[in-house]
Design a binder for this molecule. Structure first.
Ligand code: DAH
Length: 349
């Protein structure tokens, strides 16, 4: 058979092949044990040495050309197979526009944003501290010594690991340790809030072992109780969206403030609905007071020169009040149906 004819045939067949399977069949038909090119090579054995040399070289050249054609077509087929797979399995991973997102913002996250925004508008910046604290920051620097009953007031989660002084580490029971961290690291005037997670061994419809607080601290040379009251009343008016808000401050006790107070807001229930800001009933929402000079001295600040106020508020509680929710445990149940009902769309922000 004529080499040129074989090359022509093979070129045409390879050109028409559209799958790896077809291509393999053609390859066997030409280069397999009984293939056409293999036959040509076999036929050489009857020729003279001279003829073997020249014909052999021609057939080998034909064989190489054929192999080259197969290889290039194989590459081509593989590439187009991958491309068509990519096209048919295409997934749009770009983020959809906000109005198409079905996700909801958790009520607690919304409260965090609102608290930061309201205090931010009064000039407060956000400070942070770790969830795992030392005895010094969580208790002793805050004037809560070892045998102090306040330690029992806060059912503490202790951790097996110990701090440098050999005392067990704790899951912070309040955000107040951030006061100490800030007082040790910054110079007055200081004006911070510290929202974050806190932990106590307690669980029922109004207590969760993990909950949220925001701490506030304002230190300069003349801040007073009037500034404290004004700040907190303004915050509550904005947060609860009630301009005419009835509140009261009751004397209280905290080791880290002197004098100390608790703030209550008035409420009433009409037609089974709670109205915040007026009425004859009271809800306690936060603790506050003038920073105890002992705390300032613990942080190497001159308590004759500097003074200020602090406050601590439960964020879960004010969220429940504002949103009319009654069970704190539902916040942390991870139930998507609950979130769909009580969460907030991006559009509501
Ligand atoms: N740390 C207190 C608690 O968790 C709350 C608190 C009360 C914080 C009075 C303060 C404060 O900064 O002045 O119960």
């Amino acid at each position: 058979m004529d080499n040129q004819k074989v090359l022509k045939d093979i070129t045409k067949e390879i050109e028409l092949a559209s799958s790896q399977d077809q291509l393999q069949k053609i390859k066997v038909a030409y280069l397999g044990k009984k293939g056409k090119i293999t036959d040509l090579l076999k036929s050489l054995k009857n020729l003279s040495i001279e003829e073997k040399k020249s014909k052999g070289a021609e057939i080998n050249l034909l064989r190489e050309k054929a192999l080259f054609l197969f290889e290039s077509k194989l590459k081509h087929i593989k590439t187009s197979e991958i491309n068509s797979k990519l096209n048919s399995e295409f997934i749009d991973i770009t983020f959809p526009p906000p109005h198409l997102i079905d996700a909801k913002i958790h009520p607690i996250s919304k409260t965090f944003d609102e608290v930061i925004s309201i205090f931010g508008s009064m000039g407060y910046t956000v400070a942070e501290g770790p969830d795992i604290e030392t005895d010094f920051f969580n208790f002793s620097a805050l004037n809560i010594p070892e045998d102090h009953p306040a330690r029992e007031m806060q059912d503490t989660f202790y951790i097996e690991d110990k701090d440098e002084k050999g005392k067990p580490l704790v899951l912070r029971t309040h955000t107040s340790p951030v006061q100490i961290r800030t007082l040790l690291n910054e110079k007055p005037p200081i004006k911070i809030i510290a929202p974050g997670r806190t932990y106590r061994c307690d669980s029922d419809s109004t207590h969760s072992p993990m909950f949220h607080q925001v701490e506030g601290l304002f230190i300069n040379e003349n801040a007073n109780m009037g500034d404290l009251k004004g700040t907190l009343i303004e915050f509550c008016k904005q947060f609860f969206e009630v301009q005419d808000l009835k509140v009261r401050f009751r004397p209280s006790y905290f080791p880290f403030t002197e004098p100390s107070a608790e703030m209550d807001i008035a409420y009433e229930i009409v037609d089974n609905k709670m109205h915040i800001g007026k009425g004859e009933k009271w809800l306690e929402i936060l603790g506050c007071g003038m920073v105890n000079p002992v705390v300032l001295e613990n942080c190497k600040l001159d308590s004759l020169k500097f003074q200020g106020f602090a406050f601590g508020m439960g964020l879960d509680r004010i969220t429940m009040l504002k949103q009319g929710l009654t069970d704190i445990r539902s916040f942390f149940s991870g139930n998507l149906n609950w979130l769909a009902k009580h969460g907030f769309s991006l559009g509501e922000y």
